[in-house]
Write a protein of this length. Structure first.
Length: 151
């Protein structure tokens, strides 16, 4: 029987996206979204639950996300769930759950300074390249130098 790993989420960015490049030059952008759910509890009281989900985007779309998204903006994310473990420098085991986005749609307005009244950047819905083949960690570089970062 075939497997299926697909996640579709709509939420607001909890922080501005952070973009870095792998040593081979592939862009990787990460951000988190908040997803709110309202429901009534057993006593009939209205409750709200917020789930925070880390998102990783690769390639050209990672660059678009870094350039056009800001904290608070509404996005739709289509991707796959990824759960991995790594060990810290102190020897502690950590487990991380994230969504690796294959598509990000910008549902809110443009970043300040953008041109025009369109709500969606023309390249916002392009399919993205898959993440580079790598083990549980990959070297990611930024302007300050290179560091090994789990993804």
């Amino acid at each position: 029987m075939p497997s299926l790993n697909r996640v579709i989420l709509i939420g607001n960015l909890t922080r501005d996206p952070e973009m870095r490049y792998t040593p081979s030059g592939t862009a990787r952008t990460s951000f988190s979204i908040a997803i709110n759910r309202r429901y009534k509890d057993q006593q009939g009281q209205q409750q709200e639950e917020t789930t925070f989900v880390p998102i990783t985007v690769w390639g050209v779309q990672a660059e678009h996300c870094a350039n056009y998204l800001t904290k608070g903006q509404l996005v739709a994310v289509d991707g796959r769930l990824r759960i991995y473990s790594f060990q810290t420098e102190e020897g502690e085991s950590r487990k991380v759950t994230e969504v690796v986005a294959s598509r990000v749609e910008f549902l809110g307005g443009r970043k300040a300074g953008g041109e025009g009244d369109a709500d969606i950047h023309p390249a916002a819905t392009e399919a993205v390249e898959e993440e580079p083949a790598a083990g549980p960690t990959a070297e990611i570089s930024d302007q300050k130098g290179e560091e090994e970062v789990p993804f």
